[in-house]
Design a protein around this ligand. Structure first.
Ligand code: FE
Length: 371
């Protein structure tokens, strides 16, 4: 399967044992395999030994239904492990985030969903704002997930981390020339910068973080500088953008770390390097994949137990490494590839800000001519 196919496919086949009822349910609703463009993602897994008995006792008679925008191929093995350890059956419905949220709205109290699993704090914040999630209180999640990666209102929690940082062509750029996202607006990068479209929530979240750190005026100035420096039209996805750097179309760009990792998996000699942005200032922009308990869930306890398990040491190692992401729980080993990229300072901002500043970020990018 090509990288792009992995990116965009949703209901991909694999050694999956999706329950018949899910498959039928999905087919009835015509939702399997109808995604594109908004990138379903991938996930991780958790620890089991201590929660096993409890969970099996409490939930063996009740399944958990997940609405997920993450790539089924990547999360299914983890969910299967949870079922093996606890006896809890999981029904997985996969689609893009937008359609899943619209479906939750339309289904209201009748939704079969217990848990929403998706990427980007901007998306999770939207789900919370729309009343689709319910506040959760969990000592386990509070312990395993740093507060900055959880919703202060308790509607959702991060389960893995992705860095959005700078990538460059080492044949043309010296790492010494690189520093911050804002510096990519400097005229020295004129005709050398590649960017993904501003329509993607990842860039909306990055710009939201800049509004918080730099203020709106300076951020708008930076966006205008980025637009002035573009080597070519914006890209629809991070992978194409990285490939454009490799092809010599541009020299620098911004992408999520796991897209780079996926490319390296297929091509270890891919001629693009990673640079950790903002190390002398606010730290590299880090976003989450995460989950929340659906407001109208029939089995909210089952959803919460699964989320707790996904935050455990056992699950974190698998969940994060399955898609070249970083564990959200501290002290869990990163994959060898990620270790080879070196450690870096993460932005300390609470990711909830990516949501609360989202509208302002979108309006600003539009005004500045960032397509
Ligand atoms: Fe992605």
């Amino acid at each position: 399967m090509s990288l792009q196919a992995l990116n965009d496919s949703v209901a991909v086949s694999q050694p999956i044992k999706t329950t018949l009822s899910v498959a039928m349910f999905s087919m009835m609703l015509g939702l399997v395999g109808c995604n594109q463009s908004q990138t379903p993602e991938q996930t991780a897994e958790g620890e089991a030994s201590t929660t096993e008995t409890e969970a099996a006792t409490a939930n063996s008679d009740q399944s958990v239904t997940i609405y997920s925008s993450r790539n089924e191929q990547l999360i299914k093995p983890l969910l299967d492990r949870y079922t093996e350890e606890t006896g809890v059956e999981i029904e997985l419905v996969t689609d893009k985030t937008g359609p899943l949220m619209a479906r939750l709205q339309a289904e209201g109290d009748n939704t079969p969903a217990d848990m929403l699993l998706t990427v980007d704090a901007g998306n999770l914040w939207q789900a919370g704002e729309q009343g689709l999630l319910q506040p959760i209180a969990s000592e386990t999640l509070n312990t395993n997930v740093p507060a900055k990666y959880r919703d202060p209102a308790g509607n959702w929690t991060g389960l893995s981390l992705r860095a959005r940082t700078i990538f460059y062509d080492p044949s043309k750029v010296d790492a010494e020339e690189l520093s911050t996202y804002a510096d990519l607006a400097d005229p020295k990068w004129k005709g050398k910068l590649c960017l993904r479209t501003s329509k993607k929530v990842y860039n909306q979240s990055l710009v939201a973080s800049m509004i918080e750190h730099l203020g709106p005026e300076r951020t708008e100035e930076v966006i205008r500088g980025w637009v002035d420096n573009l080597a070519t039209d914006v890209f629809s996805d991070d992978t194409s953008m990285l490939e454009a750097i490799a092809a010599g179309q541009c020299e620098v760009g911004i992408a999520n770390s796991y897209y780079y990792g996926r490319i390296l998996d297929e091509n270890p000699d891919f001629p693009v390097e990673i640079f950790w942005a903002n190390q002398d200032t606010t730290g590299t922009h880090v976003n989450i994949s995460g989950a929340g308990v659906v407001a109208a869930a029939d089995n909210p306890d089952g959803a919460l137990k699964l989320m707790e398990w996904l935050s455990s040491d056992e699950a974190q190692g698998i969940y994060a490494s399955s898609d070249k992401e970083y564990p959200v729980k501290q002290g869990v080993d990163e994959s060898e590839m990620l270790r080879s990229w070196g450690s870096f300072k993460q932005d300390d901002i609470n990711v909830q800000k990516f949501g609360s500043l989202q509208t302002q970020a979108i309006q600003m990018m539009d005004k500045a001519g960032y397509k």
